[in-house]
Design a protein. Sequence first.
Length: 186
Amino acid sequence: MFLRKSTRKKDGKTHIYWRLVRSVRRNGKVVQETVAHLGELDAEGQAQARALARQMTGRADQLELFEPTLRSQAIPIQLDRVRLERSRNFAQVYLAWSLWRGLGLDELFEDLLPKGREKVSWSTMAAILVIARLCEPSSELYISDHWYGSTALDDILGVPAERINDDRLYRASECVNDFETRPSVI
């Protein structure tokens, strides 16, 4: 998903409207589908959108959202010499991981879940489970056998697919469930 700017002239004035869109494939063509109309964003609205993007992604300003960018030069490509290797789902898992970090859940789970000698921490396993359930709700077995290897999450988290198995995911679920059933200290 991304922001799309639309310019309209009304009563001699130029109005700039923003909408949240996503690309979907319909009948073999990629079209942009509007998810939400955001309306006109004044300077304060643009500042809030930047702050939200910074909070969610943990990155600096996303100037390309509101400032015009330079046109890039077209480069000819010979399509018969292009091949696709190791195609994986990226956008969903990256967005989910950005939300996970933006909400501070990575730090929270790192502090709350037990640490041991495991090669992949329980907090990372919890993140994998939540991201998998958010992107494609399925069982731990499906996550380990099919889903995790078909995503770019191994590159994002730095956890190779060989270290993710259904037994480890079941144990991570139990670890998180044990934490949920503890009496709260407030």
